[in-house]
Design a protein around this ligand. Structure first.
Ligand code: C6P
Length: 402
């Protein structure tokens, strides 16, 4: 079980901001001292470019960077370290697949299947590539409770479907989607599957081999790591067949004035100087999460979510979005007759940080016929007491407007 008091001591931000109640973890998480120290240690002791220098600190930097690749491989249950490509984040990972795989493999009449629950990062790259290639973009609809409507799969999974791109855990509803079922439906019609794991990877045990997905994307900053680093997992044979996304240093084998050949995977997809410190910092974040244990994280967050659900439901005029049983610790809601931005602003005056807006998921807002929601999202350092503070803040907000 999680010892939240001890955990909070690892996060200096809470000592430096004693009144801060940080409930915007789906947006980004705070960083433990071990991750911050790892970044400083790299810059203070062995800052050098990787894969190039043959002097000692460059070799040390390269080894630390590549060690994180092994760390990530184990963390997500990949079979092959060549499957792990470092990117800037989930957004870049999906753009890489849309451009490199989609640009090469999609043609007019093909279908890209996504869902109405996607973050813009898993919509826009597909809209762009569909426009470029003449492929069609189709959406699996969602139900009122925030679940996917998979009642009529033949309507969506067809012989024209070439790739299915689906969010693992919704950043608005918290819904955890049935990826194994979706992978099965997609593979039956010969389509690939890309999973957006930005919201699942920080909170649950993820095993890409068991899921049998073809691509999996996530961001370091949502799982205690630095900004500017993320991962694309892909089956090696897919990466081998795909063209490079970005061209430049390190991704080549031989360059002539006329043409070039490419480095081995995964480096074929890591052009230029990567975010070295951030990648090494991600390794440290994974170590921290492993020390706590992901089953413990899921268990603790479920407790937080249950407590929040019970407490928040009792506030008059509250509407909760995303009521499925299988969900992560993300809580979207509105308060009757009070704009979400006003709610978030008033809560901020009590030191409570939540997010208000469309959460980069405008198709969901359209489906629910609302402009925005409030969203509280939890992580390992949040406490039941902070949920009480949120509830008290909301009660005061309601009183203020009545
Ligand atoms: N969602 C939120 O507050 P990047 O920016 O590349 O690290 O992650 C993008 C992204 C992709 N998919 C999902 C499911 C996400 O939730 C996000 C980021 C943040 O919900 C910022 S909008």
């Amino acid at each position: 079980m999680i010892d939240v008091k001890t955990i909070r001591k690892d996060f200096l931000i809470f000592q430096n901001n004693p009144d801060l109640v940080f409930l915007d973890n789906a947006s980004t998480t705070q960083k433990p001292q071990s991750v911050i120290d790892t970044l400083s240690h790299y810059y203070e002791n062995y800052n050098a470019n990787i894969h190039r220098g043959i002097y000692q600190i460059a070799e040390k930097a390269t080894a630390a960077y590549e060690k994180t690749r092994d760390n990530v491989k184990e963390f997500i249950g990949a079979k092959d370290r060549r499957s792990i490509v470092f990117t800037k984040g989930t957004t870049e990972s999906i753009n890489l697949v849309a451009n490199s795989w989609g640009g090469e493999n999609l043609k007019p009449g093909d279908e890209v299947l996504i869902t109405e629950m996607e973050h813009h990062s898993n919509i826009i790259p597909w809209q762009l590539i569909c426009k470029r290639t003449g492929a069609n973009l189709k959406y699996i609809p969602i139900n009122e409770d925030g679940s996917l409507d998979l009642s009529d799969p033949e309507k969506y999974f067809t012989i024209n479907t070439k790739i299915v791109c689906v969010i693992h855990q919704s950043n608005v509803f918290g819904t955890i989607n049935p990826i194994a079922e979706i992978v099965k439906l997609a593979h039956e019609v010969g389509a690939l599957v890309l999973v957006d794991g930005a919201q699942s990877t920080p909170h649950h045990k993820v095993n890409v081999s068991e899921l049998n997905c073809d691509f999996f994307a996530f961001s370091g900053h949502k799982m205690l790591g630095p900004t500017g680093v993320g991962v694309l997992y892909a089956k090696p044979e897919l990466l081998e067949a795909m063209h490079p996304f970005l061209g430049g240093g390190e991704m080549i084998r031989k360059v002539t004035m006329e043409e070039s050949t490419w480095n081995d995977i995964p480096w074929k997809f890591e052009a230029g100087t990567p975010n070295i410190a951030q990648v090494i910092g991600l390794g440290s974040a994974i170590d921290y999460i492993n020390k706590i244990g992901r089953e413990n994280i899921t268990e603790y967050e479920t407790e937080l979510l249950k407590y929040a659900q019970e407490k928040l439901q009792s506030i008059p005029g509250i509407n909760i979005y995303g009521t499925v049983k299988d969900k992560g610790a993300v809580f979207s809601f509105n308060v009757e007759n009070i704009h979400p931005h006003d709610v978030a602003h008033i809560l901020d005056t009590y030191g409570i940080a939540i997010r208000a807006g469309h959460h980069c998921a405008q198709p969901i807002m359209k489906k629910l016929n609302i402009a925005a929601t409030n969203r509280a999202s939890f992580y390992i350092y949040n406490t039941l007491g902070e949920i009480d503070q949120l509830v008290n803040g909301l009660i005061k907000t309601v009183e203020l407007f009545n």
